[in-house]
Design a protein around this ligand. Structure first.
Ligand code: ZN
Length: 168
Protein backbone atom coordinates (compact mmCIF):
# COMPACT_ATOMS: atom_id res chain seq x y z
CA UNK A 1 0.00 0.00 0.00
CA UNK A 2 1.53 3.34 -1.02
CA UNK A 3 2.11 5.83 1.77
CA UNK A 4 0.25 8.54 -0.10
CA UNK A 5 -2.55 7.13 -2.27
CA UNK A 6 -2.66 8.54 -5.76
CA UNK A 7 -5.24 11.28 -6.43
CA UNK A 8 -5.19 10.11 -10.06
CA UNK A 9 -7.38 7.19 -9.10
CA UNK A 10 -10.21 9.45 -7.99
CA UNK A 11 -12.77 10.66 -10.51
CA UNK A 12 -13.58 14.30 -9.95
CA UNK A 13 -17.28 14.05 -10.83
CA UNK A 14 -18.06 10.84 -9.01
CA UNK A 15 -19.69 10.59 -5.60
CA UNK A 16 -18.10 8.00 -3.35
CA UNK A 17 -19.29 6.11 -0.33
CA UNK A 18 -16.63 5.40 2.29
CA UNK A 19 -16.38 1.88 0.95
CA UNK A 20 -15.95 2.98 -2.65
CA UNK A 21 -13.45 5.67 -1.72
CA UNK A 22 -11.35 3.12 0.16
CA UNK A 23 -11.49 0.71 -2.76
CA UNK A 24 -10.64 3.38 -5.31
CA UNK A 25 -7.36 4.32 -3.68
CA UNK A 26 -6.50 1.00 -2.02
CA UNK A 27 -6.78 1.86 1.66
CA UNK A 28 -8.83 0.40 4.49
CA UNK A 29 -12.33 1.75 5.12
CA UNK A 30 -11.23 2.81 8.60
CA UNK A 31 -8.55 4.97 7.04
CA UNK A 32 -11.17 6.85 5.03
CA UNK A 33 -13.34 7.23 8.13
CA UNK A 34 -10.35 8.63 10.02
CA UNK A 35 -9.65 11.06 7.17
CA UNK A 36 -13.20 12.32 7.49
CA UNK A 37 -13.28 12.49 11.28
CA UNK A 38 -9.78 13.73 12.06
CA UNK A 39 -8.03 14.89 8.93
CA UNK A 40 -10.51 17.23 7.36
CA UNK A 41 -11.70 15.21 4.38
CA UNK A 42 -14.99 16.78 3.49
CA UNK A 43 -17.99 14.46 3.38
CA UNK A 44 -21.74 14.61 3.73
CA UNK A 45 -22.21 12.84 7.05
CA UNK A 46 -25.75 14.07 7.61
CA UNK A 47 -27.11 10.78 6.29
CA UNK A 48 -26.10 7.17 5.72
CA UNK A 49 -24.12 6.22 3.82
CA UNK A 50 -21.63 9.04 4.12
CA UNK A 51 -20.91 10.53 0.73
CA UNK A 52 -17.67 12.03 -0.49
CA UNK A 53 -17.43 14.22 -3.56
CA UNK A 54 -14.72 13.08 -5.96
CA UNK A 55 -13.54 16.67 -6.31
CA UNK A 56 -13.03 17.03 -2.56
CA UNK A 57 -11.45 13.62 -2.24
CA UNK A 58 -8.99 14.33 -5.04
CA UNK A 59 -8.00 17.69 -3.56
CA UNK A 60 -7.55 16.08 -0.15
CA UNK A 61 -5.23 13.40 -1.52
CA UNK A 62 -3.30 15.90 -3.64
CA UNK A 63 -2.72 18.02 -0.61
CA UNK A 64 -1.59 15.10 1.50
CA UNK A 65 0.82 14.03 -1.18
CA UNK A 66 2.46 17.37 -1.71
CA UNK A 67 2.52 18.07 1.98
CA UNK A 68 4.36 14.85 2.52
CA UNK A 69 7.18 16.36 0.51
CA UNK A 70 7.37 19.80 2.00
CA UNK A 71 6.60 21.14 5.39
CA UNK A 72 4.16 24.02 5.65
CA UNK A 73 4.71 26.78 8.15
CA UNK A 74 1.62 27.68 10.22
CA UNK A 75 0.81 30.70 8.06
CA UNK A 76 1.31 28.96 4.74
CA UNK A 77 -1.09 27.25 2.38
CA UNK A 78 0.02 25.02 -0.44
CA UNK A 79 -0.85 26.33 -3.91
CA UNK A 80 -1.47 23.36 -6.17
CA UNK A 81 -1.05 25.21 -9.50
CA UNK A 82 2.22 26.79 -8.30
CA UNK A 83 3.22 23.57 -6.55
CA UNK A 84 4.71 25.43 -3.62
CA UNK A 85 3.74 26.78 -0.20
CA UNK A 86 2.60 30.41 -0.15
CA UNK A 87 1.63 33.04 2.34
CA UNK A 88 -1.88 33.99 1.25
CA UNK A 89 -2.45 37.37 -0.40
CA UNK A 90 -2.64 40.12 2.20
CA UNK A 91 -2.04 37.46 4.86
CA UNK A 92 -5.80 36.98 4.96
CA UNK A 93 -7.52 33.62 5.16
CA UNK A 94 -10.89 32.14 5.95
CA UNK A 95 -11.49 29.10 8.05
CA UNK A 96 -14.49 26.98 7.16
CA UNK A 97 -15.56 24.48 9.71
CA UNK A 98 -16.11 21.07 8.10
CA UNK A 99 -16.51 18.88 11.15
CA UNK A 100 -16.53 19.78 14.83
CA UNK A 101 -12.73 19.50 14.95
CA UNK A 102 -11.46 20.21 11.45
CA UNK A 103 -11.89 22.71 8.70
CA UNK A 104 -10.47 24.20 5.58
CA UNK A 105 -8.22 27.22 5.60
CA UNK A 106 -8.74 29.16 2.40
CA UNK A 107 -6.62 31.97 1.02
CA UNK A 108 -5.65 33.46 -2.30
CA UNK A 109 -2.30 32.71 -3.89
CA UNK A 110 -0.30 35.95 -4.23
CA UNK A 111 1.32 34.68 -7.43
CA UNK A 112 -1.40 33.00 -9.49
CA UNK A 113 -4.48 34.49 -7.81
CA UNK A 114 -6.19 31.15 -7.31
CA UNK A 115 -7.82 29.84 -4.19
CA UNK A 116 -5.64 27.69 -1.99
CA UNK A 117 -7.03 25.19 0.50
CA UNK A 118 -5.45 23.65 3.53
CA UNK A 119 -7.08 21.12 5.80
CA UNK A 120 -6.38 22.02 9.38
CA UNK A 121 -7.50 20.96 12.81
CA UNK A 122 -9.34 23.50 14.90
CA UNK A 123 -6.59 23.07 17.48
CA UNK A 124 -4.03 24.45 15.01
CA UNK A 125 -5.99 27.66 14.53
CA UNK A 126 -4.31 29.62 17.32
CA UNK A 127 -0.91 29.07 15.80
CA UNK A 128 -2.21 30.02 12.37
CA UNK A 129 -3.94 33.13 13.65
CA UNK A 130 -0.63 34.37 14.98
CA UNK A 131 0.52 34.51 11.35
CA UNK A 132 -2.64 35.34 9.43
CA UNK A 133 -5.77 37.37 9.73
CA UNK A 134 -8.28 34.53 9.83
CA UNK A 135 -12.02 34.93 9.50
CA UNK A 136 -13.96 31.98 10.84
CA UNK A 137 -16.94 31.19 8.71
CA UNK A 138 -19.68 28.64 8.98
CA UNK A 139 -21.76 30.24 6.27
CA UNK A 140 -21.33 31.01 2.61
CA UNK A 141 -17.67 31.58 1.74
CA UNK A 142 -16.61 35.14 0.99
CA UNK A 143 -13.77 33.96 -1.19
CA UNK A 144 -15.49 31.89 -3.85
CA UNK A 145 -14.71 31.19 -7.43
CA UNK A 146 -17.46 32.66 -9.64
CA UNK A 147 -18.23 29.39 -11.41
CA UNK A 148 -18.58 27.37 -8.24
CA UNK A 149 -21.53 24.99 -8.74
CA UNK A 150 -24.12 24.49 -6.03
CA UNK A 151 -22.52 21.56 -4.26
CA UNK A 152 -25.36 20.53 -2.02
CA UNK A 153 -27.84 20.16 -4.85
CA UNK A 154 -25.43 18.18 -7.01
CA UNK A 155 -24.51 15.86 -4.19
CA UNK A 156 -28.09 15.03 -3.30
CA UNK A 157 -29.17 14.55 -6.90
CA UNK A 158 -26.30 12.27 -7.72
CA UNK A 159 -26.73 10.33 -4.51
CA UNK A 160 -30.27 9.48 -5.42
CA UNK A 161 -29.29 8.00 -8.77
CA UNK A 162 -26.11 6.41 -7.47
CA UNK A 163 -26.79 2.66 -7.58
CA UNK A 164 -24.01 1.52 -5.31
CA UNK A 165 -24.72 4.07 -2.61
CA UNK A 166 -26.01 1.50 -0.15
CA UNK A 167 -22.79 -0.46 0.08
CA UNK A 168 -21.30 1.37 3.02
ZN1 ZN B 1 -0.39 29.90 -7.02
Amino acid sequence: MPKHPSPQRVKRHQIYTVWEAAEAVGVHRQTVIRWIKDKGLSADTSQRPWLIEGREFKAFLEERRVRGKCRLLPGQIFCLPCRSPKNPEGRIAEFHLKTSTTGALIGICPDCGRLMHRFVGRADLDQIRAQLDVTISKAVPRLVEPDEPNETVTLKQEARTHGKAQRQ
